[in-house]
Design a protein around this ligand. Structure first.
Ligand code: UDP
Ligand code: MG
Length: 311
């Protein structure tokens, strides 16, 4: 069985074309595979639920999971992965930016024996230059910061085999960066390239603030290099200070007037401001990690389901 998991947040007008296009694909594959379409309504405030129920009247094998409130994309996806029973599970966005037709290419690769088939975005039309630039930058930064090889320019649109999904289900971490976790799982992974479509209707549910938080989650859950930044930097500054101290002592002993000695104001203020900034930044980095540790320690459930309906 093939499961298709789609997190939905205020996508009422996209549900019908989405289910129709996924339906076309699973119908073509129906000779070989059973299917289920898991729609996760992530606390939408519009008619996403109603739209999904209307589709359920027309099609069977749809599972509608309603969360108790908006938990965010990654947790909604996690809820869907938890419910999905397929031998292979496809995760995709609900705004038709990920073309469902690519699922056929995924399945072909899966049959060749790959456990993870992820989609790499060759082009991303309709995104702002700012989003394109920050996304590019982010994937390259995280590549440098972590030993887990997270593919560049791949989103969450992918097929995962049962053992990969089970591995994810056994990872209870809260600040989930699914695409990184899937890379961490390992097994045989391969890429399929595609051209991303423009959003069918509606606007992005990832404003800048959520993008930043997501990026922070990605970096903090896969790298501790930022934590070590303070010690590296402290080491470099101490080394420079040590050399400078030698210079000052030698100048004193031989009675030469050291550079920037009498006026002193500029060099002092620069050093104080600079070190103050670095200290605050290091504290901030500590705070980022500490906040996440606190989140984990509380051990609350990742999400709450209010209803599961099946057609
Ligand atoms: N989404 C969600 N919960 C949220 C935000 C987004 O389930 O809190 C879903 C959204 O409905 C969509 C997918 O996550 O199916 C990707 O979101 P979006 O298309 O807004 O992100 P973008 O493509 O702009 O990065
Ligand atoms: Mg989108």
């Amino acid at each position: 069985m093939l499961s298709i998991v789609v997190p939905l947040y205020n996508e009422a007008r996209n549900v019908s074309p989405l289910v129709e296009r996924i339906g076309g694909v699973v119908d073509r594959l129906s000779a070989a595979y059973d299917h289920e379409i898991v729609l996760v309504n992530d606390g939408s405030s519009d008619d996403t639920g109603t739209a999904a129920r209307r589709e359920m009247e027309r099609r069977s094998h749809i599972i509608l999971v309603t969360l108790s409130r908006n938990f965010g994309h990654q947790l909604a996806a996690t809820a869907g992965l938890e419910i999905a029973r397929g031998a292979a599970v496809v995760l995709m966005d609900g705004d038709l930016q990920d073309p469902p037709e690519l699922i056929e290419a995924f399945v072909a690769k899966w049959r060749e024996g790959f456990d993870v088939v992820y989609a790499v975005r060759r082009t991303r039309p309709g995104e702002s230059p700012f989003k394109l630039f920050t996304a590019r930058l982010f994937y390259r930064i995280i590549k440098r910061l972590t030993k887990v090889s997270i593919p560049v320019d791949a989103g969450d649109f992918r097929l995962m085999s049962r053992r990969v999904v089970d591995a994810l289900r056994r990872s209870p971490e809260r600040n989930r960066f699914l695409r990184g976790m899937v890379s961490w799982v390992g097994f045989n992974q391969t890429a399929v390239e595609y051209d991303r479509d423009v959003r069918h209707t509606g606007t992005t549910k990832y404003p800048l603030s959520k993008m930043i938080r997501f990026a922070m989650d990605g970096i903090t859950s896969f790298s501790d290099i930022p934590l070590r930044f303070a010690s590296y930097f402290g080491f470099i500054v101490s080394a420079i200070a040590f050399l400078y101290a030698i210079y000052v002592i030698v100048s004193k002993v031989f009675n030469v007037r050291p550079l920037a000695y009498t006026p002193g104001w500029a060099s002092t203020i620069v050093a104080v401001l600079f070190l103050g900034g670095v200290q605050l930044m290091s504290l901030g980095i500590l705070g980022e990690y500490l906040g996440r540790v606190y989140d984990e320690v509380k051990g609350r459930p990742l999400y709450l389901i209010s209803e599961v309906e099946r057609s």
